[in-house]
Each structure stands twice: as structure tokens, then as C-alpha cells.
Design a binder for this molecule. Sequence first.
Ligand code: ADP
Ligand code: MG
Length: 389
Amino acid sequence: MNIHEYQAKELLKSFGVPVPNGDVAFNDKQAAQVAEELGGSRWVVKAQIHAGGRGKAGGVKVVDSIDQVKKAADAMIGHRLVTHQTGPAGSMVQRVWIEQASDIKHEFYLGFVIDRATQRITVIASSEGGMDIEEVAQAHPDKIVKEVVDPAIGLRDFQCRKVATAIGLKGKLMPQMVKLMKAIYRCMRDKDVLQAEINPLAVVGDGDEKLMVLDAKFSFDDNALFRQRGVTDLRDLAEEDPKEVEATGHGLNYIALDGNIGCIVNGAGLAMASLDAITLHGGRPANFLDVGGGASPEKVTNACRIVLQDPNVKCILVNIFAGINRCDWIAQGLIQACNSLQIKVPLIVRLAGTNVEEGRQILAESGLSFITAENLDAAAAKAVATVQG
Ligand code: ADP
Ligand code: MG
């Protein structure tokens, strides 16, 4: 689960991490009011979407009058912002964050990720902040430092100083960096964060220089949300694929992909194998969908409806290996779906396992034109042949 920049900043602030003063606004009048209350003479208006690259795309505006705050907010709210991370359709901006503008001396990158190979939280830092860290990693791999945290003892001061030195922080910025890194580490551990990305972490101010988090991107572990009530409250469903949100509500595991062969499968492993089989035959899956065990006819109908909400879907591959599931239920569900949803695309059905004979008979006697297959390979080949016409 991802959250907005402003939510990440509020969370970090509660852990004692320095962030600019600011507030969120849902319309231009509110934005102007926030700026007035914040005071000062320069503000930053920032579009809140779950994607980075806003700066280059016009989603971050530094302004120096209340009137300009209002204009910038008006130009962002209610419009789609297209950045290199949103895809061509962009994301609808529904809120902006207004904060005091900082006098930036230097921008750094600071990330906390879980390295799956070492199974440890790893700190990644660079003196080249503000821009895409992927680009820095490509062009100047030497400008990136990593520090692995031992979970038994946590992030130690010396490790923070090592990172700080490597990216060129010295003097009184050194203890600030140690405090800041340890606070982010604590936040990550306590809130089940999978990835925390600060880009930029900036040195700001004249004379009295200090560190400040100017952008923050957080993702949380979905499997730990049950024990993170406060975090679940931060979820913004408008930022998620509506099909995925609906699927979750029906107990289905759906992930949208960019191909044209819809997939309805039971079991995550079989679903992955189905995507592989389609790809192997030269096709492209439109989604991952696991109907789970014990899929009632209603659940199958819901699965068909969600898959068909994707306009790219040209056929649906149903692949069921029934153990806890029952092929007759699946068959009934498919007929129910065909009747209630008036499905126009071909359905390729492969059934195996519990009550398979009953299931096949129900499909055969339905009078509907299902394309049946004996095994996964044949089903995938038929699906690909169908879309390739
Ligand atoms: P994104 O990563 O989506 O482009 P950022 O929040 O990183 O958005 O903002 C882009 C750039 O805007 C930053 O690298 C920084 O130079 C500038 N910026 C962001 N916040 C502030 C601020 N409070 N004061 C001054 N400049 C800022
Ligand atoms: Mg950024």
C-alpha cells in the first residue's frame, strides 16, 4: 500500500524527522488559506498523487504570492498529471500540499529498502539527489553507497556516520544525519514499511544550515496492514485501480496487466503458470486473478465482471484445477456470468480435479459456446490463437 507525500511527511514528523511546515488542501481557496496561515513569502504547491517525477511534469510549483498559490492549486486540482511514472493516462490530482519553500543548498538521496537477497533493511544514499536514483545508478554507480542493517542490533550510529561521510556531510550536519536516519529506521520498523524513499533530503538555510526532508515516498507491507490501523486509514482508494479495489471487496486477488487475454484461475501458483503459458505461446495476459479455493458461482460471476471491465480483454482463459474448489460450481458460475453479463468475448475453459465430469457436462448442456481444453498448454494455445484471429 502506498501513501501520499504529505501523509509520509506527517508520519515522519511524528518520529521527530525535520520536514517543512505545511498542510493539505482540497481546493484553491483552502490552498490560499493554508499559505496565509503558514506565513512567510515563498511557498511550494505540490500535487499529491502516488507517483514521482512531479517536479518535471509541473506538479511542483514554487511561488511567492498568495495569489500564485491559489492559481497553482487551481491548475493542479481536478486535472490529470502525467509524469514518467504515471503512464500516459496520468493520475487525477485531488489534493495539493502547501509547504514553506526552503532555500536549498544541496539535494541528497536517502532510501530505506528491504533487500530480499540479504533479507535485511538496507540504506541507500547518494550525494546526487533530486533526480532519478535509477539514472544515477546507471551513470555513476560509484556515487551510491549502501549500508546493511543487522535486525538484531538495529541501525548503529557508526553506520549513519559512515553513510553521512560517504555523501559529503560534515560538521553539525553529521549528528543531524545520525538522528534523522535512526528516526526513519524506527519509523520503518514500527510501521511495517517496505520502502521509504527520501528524494530529496536537502541541506537548507543560510548560515544556520540544517537537514530537511523535502519529498518522501512510502510503501507499506500489505500483509502487515491488519496490525497497522493508523496506516490503513491513510489509504486513498482513488489512487488504486478500481478493478483491484472491487476485487479485494469480493475476496478475489486481481492485478491488472497490459495484455488482452483475461485470466480467471484458482490458486496463485497456477495463475502465475497460466500467465507463463500464455506468454510462452506468444500472447499477453490482461490480468492476474486468483479466485481462491471454494469459488462459489457468485464469486466466478464477480471475477468475470471485473476481468471484463478492462476494455483490452479480447478473450478469457478460465483455468481451474479443483481441489477444494468444485468444477460444477465453476461451470455454474460461468453460465451465470454469461447470462447476466452478456459476455461477448470467447471463453476458453480448462477444468480438472473435483467433479470435473459434472462440470464439463454442465458446460456442454448449457447451449453456450465455450471453447474447452484438456490441459493448461492446450488452453493457453487456444486463447492465443483466438486473440490472434
Ligand atoms: P518529485 O520527486 O515528484 O518530482 P519533489 O517533491 O522531489 O517531487 O520535488 C521536486 C523538486 O522540487 C525537488 O527536487 C526540489 O528541488 C524542489 N522542491 C520540493 N520541495 C521544495 C521545498 N519545500 N522548497 C524548495 N524546493 C522544493
Ligand atoms: Mg522527489
